[in-house]
Design a protein around this ligand. Structure first.
Ligand SMILES: [Zn+2]
Length: 187
């Protein structure tokens, strides 16, 4: 059964009743096409995913980045971030990802970037966070975890446009206000 649905995916069988009669149609009272099970009537809504992360900094003005050891963008540098799980707040998700990807705890956590990326149906939220422990390090998801001075940031080797944008906002404006931006996603 493939039940991942979205722009490039399709549903083979209804996860509710196992029927194969899934069609794309506009349900009554709706205004856009959905996958609808013709057998049990279930409507499968697809909504954007939220990615949440942290820009970790220290008192020396250095920023922590992780070198990805997983696809996509294996070998490129990123801020610790990942998909929000059900049942957690965006801040809890950001702190969890930071611990999972860099073995890092942060304090003074503050939201400063919300990026909508409609082209790939994703919302990114980034918090600034003060580095608490100095025994951070590699994890199954990150081959290296490293502090960078501002003039050492590897701009050409950053994994995602959202990470580049978030670093630029932070370096230009700090974290005193929240930036709400829309990114056209270009690879
Ligand atoms: Zn069904």
């Amino acid at each position: 059964m493939s039940i991942i649905i979205g722009k490039d995916f399709f549903m083979n069988f209804c996860p509710i009743c196992s029927s194969a009669e899934i069609i794309k149609t506009i349900p009554d009272g709706d205004n856009r096409e959905r996958d609808v099970c013709q057998s049990c009537g279930e409507i499968f809504y697809v909504n954007p995913n939220i990615v949440t992360g942290v820009l970790p900094y220290n008192d020396q003005g250095e920023i922590l980045l992780c070198k990805r050891s997983i696809e996509p963008r294996d070998g490129f540098w990123t801020l610790p971030a990942g998909f929000l799980e059900n049942g957690e707040s965006i801040q809890e998700g950001a702190e969890r990802e930071t611990l999972e990807e860099a073995k890092l705890n942060v304090s003074d956590v503050k939201l400063f970037t919300i990026l909508s990326v409609p082209h790939i149906n994703q919302i990114y939220t980034f918090f600034s966070g003060k580095i608490v422990n100095d025994d951070f390090g590699p994890t199954p998801e990150s081959s290296e975890v490293k502090l960078f001075k501002v003039d050492e940031i590897p701009w050409e080797e950053l994994a995602f446009p959202t990470v580049i944008k978030t670093l630029k906002i932070y370096l230009e404006h700090g974290d005193e206000k929240v930036f709400n931006e829309v990114l056209e996603y270009k690879r």
